[in-house]
Design a protein around this ligand. Structure first.
Ligand code: NAD
Length: 402
C-alpha cells in the first residue's frame, strides 16, 4: 500500500516518562508504516523544557495557532520532588496551563466506549463529553478568615473613583469569607469553544449553572451563552440538527443519570472539575479518556486525559515488563490526524484515523488488552498484553482492516 501523504503538518508535542515510551511505539508501529507522517516536532519533555527555560512550551502553543492542529503527549507538571529529581532551574508551570492560556481554549474530555468495558450507569450507551470552563470562580478566589464580629462588603472602584458596594454579611462572630470573579471575555471564549466543538462533533450541547440562586453571577453565564448562540450559531445548529439546551445544574445531573449519553455537557469551572472525574470513573478508566483543547477560533490540541504513568516508567527503567494502556494516546493521534484530514480535505487521512480507532477497539473486543482493562472487563476470554504487545496487536488488526 502506498503511504498516505500529509500536505500540512500537525504540531507534535512530545512528553515524559511512560507515555513518552508509548509515544515512540505508536509512531513506530501504527503511524510510520502507513503514513508519510508530517509533524512539526516540539520536545516538551521536562529536561528540554528546563533547558529552554520553558520557551519550547510557548513555541509549541504558537505553532498550534499557526497550524491549527496539535497532538500532545502527557507531561510532568513539576512539584518540589520533580525539581530535585530533574535538577530543575525552576518549578516550571504546567505545560497544559500555559498552552490553554495562550490558546484561550476549553478542554473537552470524552470517554472511549468499547464493548466489554461497561459503564457503571447501565443506560449510558454513548460517551458523555465534559467541557470545563478553566478560568476563575473559586480557582481564583480570594479568601479571608473573619476573626470576630464586623461587617463584610463587596466594593468595586471604577477608574474614575466611583464605587459600588454590597453588604455581604454582618458577622456576629468568627466566620469565613470568599471573593471570586469571572470575566466576560473568558466566558465568551468558553461559549464559542463549546458551540464550535458541538458543531464539529455534531453533538447536542447542554449547559448548566445555578442561575436561580446566583441571579447575577451564574445568570450572566447563562445570558452570554444564549446571546452568542442566538447571534452566531443558531442557524448552523438547526442545519446540523443539533440543539443547545440550558438547564439548572441539579436538573442536569438528574437528566445525565437517566440519559443514554451522546452529548456535550458544558460546566462552570468547579462543576467541570468534579463532573469530569465522576464521568471518567463511571465509564471505566482514566486510561480510556481523551481530551481535546479547542480554542474559540478553532484550533485543536488532542491528548490523553491521563498523566505520564510514573509508576510504570520506573518499572520500565528497572527492566521490568509493563502493561500500560496506550488507547487514549492512540486516540489523541487519531483525533489530530482526522482533524488535519478534515481541514485539508484529505479523505485518505481521515479514513486512516477511523480505521486505526476501529482496530484499537476491535483488538480489545477480541479480548486482547492491557492489565488495567483486564481487571474491569466483562469479557471472559482475556489475554493480558504488555505495552508493546498491545500496540503490535493493534497493528495486526489494522493491517487486516486496511
Ligand atoms: P497518572 O494519570 O499518570 O496515573 C494515575 C493512576 O492511573 C496511576 O495509578 C496509573 O497507574 C493509572 N493510569 C493512568 N494512566 C494509565 C494508563 N495509560 N495505563 C495504565 N494505568 C494508568 O497520574 P499521576 O500519577 O497523578 O501523575 C503522574 C505525572 O503525570 C505527574 O508528574 C503529573 O504532573 C503528570 N500529569 C500530566 C497530565 C497531562 O500532561 N495531561 C495529566 C495528569 C498528570
Amino acid at each position: 500500500m502506498e503511504k498516505i501523504k500529509m500536505n500540512q503538518p500537525i504540531v507534535e508535542m512530545d512528553g515524559d516518562e511512560m507515555t513518552r515510551i508509548l509515544w515512540e511505539m505508536i509512531k513506530e508501529h501504527l503511524l510510520h508504516p502507513f503514513l508519510e507522517l508530517n509533524t512539526e516536532y516540539y520536545d516538551l519533555g521536562l529536561a528540554h523544557r528546563d533547558e529552554t527555560d520553558d520557551k519550547v512550551t510557548e513555541a509549541s502553543a504558537l505553532a498550534t495557532k499557526k497550524h491549527r492542529v496539535a497532538v500532545k503527549c502527557a507531561t510532568i507538571t513539576p512539584n518540589a520532588a520533580r525539581v530535585e529529581e530533574y535538577g530543575l532551574k525552576e518549578m516550571w508551570r504546567s505545560p497544559n496551563g500555559t498552552i490553554r492560556a495562550m490558546l484561550d481554549g476549553t478542554v473537552f474530555r470524552a470517554p472511549i466506549v468499547v464493548k466489554g468495558i461497561e459503564p457503571c450507569v447501565k443506560n449510558w450507551k454513548q460517551p458523555i463529553t465534559i467541557a470545563r470552563h478553566a478560568y476563575g470562580d473559586v480557582y481564583k478566589g480570594v479568601e479571608m478568615k473573619i476573626p470576630a464580629a464586623g461587617k463584610a462588603e463587596l466594593v468595586y472602584t471604577a477608574k474614575d473613583g466611583s464605587q459600588m458596594r454590597e453588604v455581604i454579611h454582618e458577622f456576629a462572630g468568627e466566620g469565613i469569607l470568599q471573593g471570586m470573579h469571572n470575566c466576560r471575555k473568558s466566558i465568551e471564549s468558553f461559549a464559542r469553544s463549546c458551540f464550535t466543538y458541538a458543531l464539529d462533533t455534531r453533538q447536542d450541547l447542554w449547559f448548566s449553572t445555578k442561575d436561580t440562586i446566583s441571579k447575577k453571577y451564574d445568570h450572566t453565564f447563562k445570558d452570554i451563552f444564549q446571546e452568542i448562540f442566538d447571534a452566531e450559531y443558531k442557524e448552523r445548529f438547526e442545519k446540523e440538527k443539533i440543539t443547545y439546551f440550558y438547564t439548572l445544574i441539579d436538573d442536569a445531573v438528574a437528566r445525565v443519570m437517566k440519559s443514554e449519553g451522546g452529548y456535550i455537557w458544558a460546566c462552570k469551572n468547579y462543576d467541570g472539575d468534579v463532573m469530569s472525574d465522576m464521568i471518567s470513573s463511571a465509564f471505566g478508566s482514566l486510561a480510556m479518556m481523551t481530551s481535546v483543547l479547542v480554542s474559540p477560533d478553532g484550533c485543536y490540541e488532542y491528548e490523553a486525559a491521563h498523566g505520564t504513568v510514573q509508576r510504570h516508567y520506573y518499572k520500565h527503567l528497572a527492566g521490568e515488563q509493563t502493561s500500560t494502556n496506550s488507547v487514549a494516546t492512540i486516540f489523541a493521534w487519531t483525533g489530530a490526524l482526522r482533524k488535519r484530514g478534515e481541514l485539508d480535505g484529505n479523505k485518505r487521512l481521515m479514513e486512516f484515523a477511523k480505521k486505526l480507532e476501529e482496530a484499537t477497539l476491535s483488538t480489545i473486543e477480541k479480548g486482547k488488552m492491557t492489565k488495567d482493562l483486564a481487571l474491569i472487563t466483562s469479557l471472559e476470554d482475556v489475554t493480558v498484553l504488555d505495552s508493546e504487545g498491545f500496540i503490535r496487536e493493534v497493528k495486526r488488526t489494522l493491517e487486516g482492516l486496511l
